[in-house]
Design a binder for this molecule. Structure first.
Ligand SMILES: C[S@@+](CC[C@H](N)C(=O)[O-])C[C@H]1O[C@@H](n2cnc3c(N)ncnc32)[C@H](O)[C@@H]1O
Length: 268
């Protein structure tokens, strides 16, 4: 999976993940807080969510794992820069977690299942290390939820390139809508899914820059090379699609996208 990770591990991607997390902190994390206990963050990447988790739960201990050493090094810098002392960063694969069964009170993962060919198996692997009655929180996007003004078929096709490339790497960029069935299939109880819509117009300049431009459009722009190599679009059409996405961040532009946050309980 690491080899085919659709977004890659470049410095631009590090910045994009950090911009994404900073912009979306309130929307996604206003209700993410663990009063105490041991929390496993699976697929922490560059620590973009880790710093919020740790800061909002000062009395919990966060163990954040990822398969990428390079991302963990960035995460370490982010955690140190914020002076957070309740985080342990460790290299680990979700499918081979080096932890005893039932060793965590909570599991948290964000933007990870979308990259995995076997999301239910990943949830089962995480369930093993979760205590009975422990909670799992999963946040994912769904690129099918993107709509915007001015509308553009080129932009829609450029977004579809990302969906197609992610699917060919075994992932699912439309996974947000599947969180409920996936968690039920993995036999979690009390699954509750809350859609979190980002609505951006020019009256919200922070979101225009942080979300429409630097998170979403930058992500689509980032798949230009593989999209052209796979001949999913011509270079001219793809560039027009990206330009049309940037156009939605103009004075009369509007951009909408929905994230899905699921919470569930491990059965007794
Ligand atoms: C899109 S990034 C999200 C990172 C972070 N959760 C965030 O929201 O910014 C997905 C991360 O999952 C990691 N990952 C993918 N497969 C994994 C696996 N099997 N075990 C652990 N981490 C994995 C990748 O290395 C990558 O850092």
């Amino acid at each position: 999976m690491t080899r085919d990770y659709v977004h890659g591990y470049t410095s631009q991607e590090v910045q994009r993940l950090q911009d994404q997390a900073t912009t979306l902190v309130d929307l996604l994390h206003a209700d993410t807080s663990y009063p105490s206990g041991a929390v496993l963050e699976a697929g922490c990447g560059v620590g973009a969510q880790t710093v919020t988790l740790a800061a909002q739960s000062p009395n919990a201990h966060i163990t954040s794992v990822d398969v990428s050493e390079a991302s963990l090094a960035e995460a370490r810098k982010a955690v140190d820069a914020m002076g957070l002392s309740n985080v342990t960063l460790q290299r680990a694969d979700i499918f081979a977690l080096p932890f005893s069964s039932q060793s965590f009170d909570h599991v948290f993962l964000c933007f990870v299942l979308e990259h995995l060919a076997r999301p239910v198996a990943a949830l089962k692997a995480l369930q093993r290390v979760l205590k009975p009655s422990g909670t799992i929180t999963v946040i994912e996007g769904d690129h099918g939820s993107a709509y915007f003004h001015p509308d553009s078929d080129y932009a829609k096709r450029a977004i579809q390139c990302q969906v197609t490339l992610q699917a060919s790497a075994g992932g699912d960029a439309l996974i947000g809508r599947r969180l409920y069935p996936l968690l039920r299939e993995a036999e979690f109880d009390h699954v509750q899914v809350s859609p979190r819509m980002v609505y951006v117009d020019a009256s919200k300049p922070t979101l225009v820059d942080g979300f429409t431009r630097k998170t979403f459009t930058a992500m689509i722009e980032g798949v230009r090379k593989p999209a052209l190599a796979a001949e999913l679009m011509s270079a001219v059409d793809f560039d027009r699609g990206v330009a049309d996405l940037y156009r939605t961040s103009g004075d009369d532009g509007v951009f909408c996208y929905t994230f899905f946050k699921a919470q569930a309980i491990n059965p007794q």
